[in-house]
Design a protein around this ligand. Structure first.
Ligand code: TXA
Ligand code: MG
Length: 318
């Protein structure tokens, strides 16, 4: 058993050195962040970027998020603006991704941003990955460490489950606290939320002192990764369920069915943030237990519930 996880490493100076070595040599590794685990590689290296797309089985048209230690590093590659500065000051490092215009002389490899003129950047708030970003001389392109369309990983073993020994190293940084992917906000024009997360619209509105319009579904995909089918646990998912069918796994909020077989609470209190942090964990657990279908009761569409509903809706397009 011990050997099967031999590419999972706990964090120490030796692991840090090993990780840097792999990255300098254009390899990709599994890294923890506060949202979900990422598959990280040198964002300036064509070789590393190609490996990421290949390993994930991700279409080249779907750009990656570039991760930095801080503002001063990021402005080598992107054009800053007032919205970005305000949000950065209040929320970073933290679970939010900004779409900004790419600088003409940016070193980010064009493949990483799917040859777009914009780029997604983020400042992850995890001690281990921050200490790594501080040491290296390039930012990390880092999508969630799962095969394309599947559920994002929230701990090192989840990453192992996705890639086994296809990657040389996975750094164990415990369970990701937030548990779902960062909020993605487009700041290239009037701010627009492309992917909801635990940093919600009203908090962003408060910081920017403006109203963010509800996202209008456009025919052009504004965020290429926001494909309808995504985050799929690999079995059918039914949402807004009222009646238990007697055999599926039933996901709900609260403690009404505590200790009842086949029932899985996302949060007993219930708290929507806690529910978000348990969502992918619960999907993986249910899958492992061999259930053939998932039913999910209605989740309130407020605060982090908006992000949960976004993910489960996509998971239900099986
Ligand atoms: O929490 C997170 O954001 C995690 C951790 C590892 O940082 N990363 C993550 O990456 O979720 P990924 O690749 O799974 O999702 C990136 C999202 C996709 O929906 C992608 O289409 C969008 O960001 N995106 C990237 N660049 C973009 C751009 N230039 N314009 C619009 N959307 C972009
Ligand atoms: Mg992803």
């Amino acid at each position: 058993m011990k050997n099967s996880y031999s590419n999972i490493f706990s964090f120490n100076k030796k692991t840090l050195k090993k990780t840097i070595n792999y990255l300098n040599n254009k390899n990709v590794v599994g890294l923890p962040t506060e949202t979900v685990y990422g598959l990280g590689g040198n964002a300036y290296s064509k070789n590393a970027i190609e490996k990421i797309f290949h390993l994930k089985g991700r279409p080249k048209s779907n750009p990656l998020i570039i991760h930095y230690y801080g503002f001063d590093d990021a402005i080598n590659d992107v054009v800053s603006n007032e919205y970005f500065i305000k949000l950065y000051k209040k929320l970073c490092p933290g679970p939010i991704t900004f779409i900004l215009k790419k600088k003409i002389n940016s070193k980010i490899h064009p493949l990483a941003s799917a040859k777009l003129k914009t780029v997604a950047i983020r400042f992850p708030n995890h001690k281990i990955t921050r200490s790594l970003l501080k040491e290296i001389k390039y930012p990390l392109a880092m999508p969630s460490a799962n095969k394309s369309k599947s559920v994002s990983p929230v701990n090192a073993k989840d990453v192992f489950e996705e890639f086994k020994k296809e990657i040389p190293l996975i750094v164990n940084g415990g369970t990701a606290k937030v548990g779902i992917e960062s909020t993605v906000i487009d700041l290239t024009a009037t701010p627009k939320i492309l992917r909801p997360g635990v940093i919600n619209k009203s908090l962003i509105e408060k910081i920017l002192k403006l109203k963010i319009k509800k996202q209008i579904r456009s025919k052009v995909m504004t965020s290429p990764g926001m494909m309808k089918k995504h985050y799929s646990p690999g079995i059918p998912v039914l949402i807004n369920q009222k009646k238990y069918d007697g055999k599926s796994a039933f996901i709900y909020l609260g403690n009404k069915f505590k200790n009842k077989k086949n029932f899985f609470s996302l949060s007993e209190r219930p708290s929507l943030n806690e529910a978000a942090s348990n969502l992918y964990k619960t999907f993986r657990l249910i899958k492992k237990k061999g259930y053939k279908k998932i039913q999910i009761s209605k989740i309130p569409n407020i605060k982090s519930g908006i992000a949960i509903n976004d993910r489960i809706k996509r998971a239900s397009k099986f």
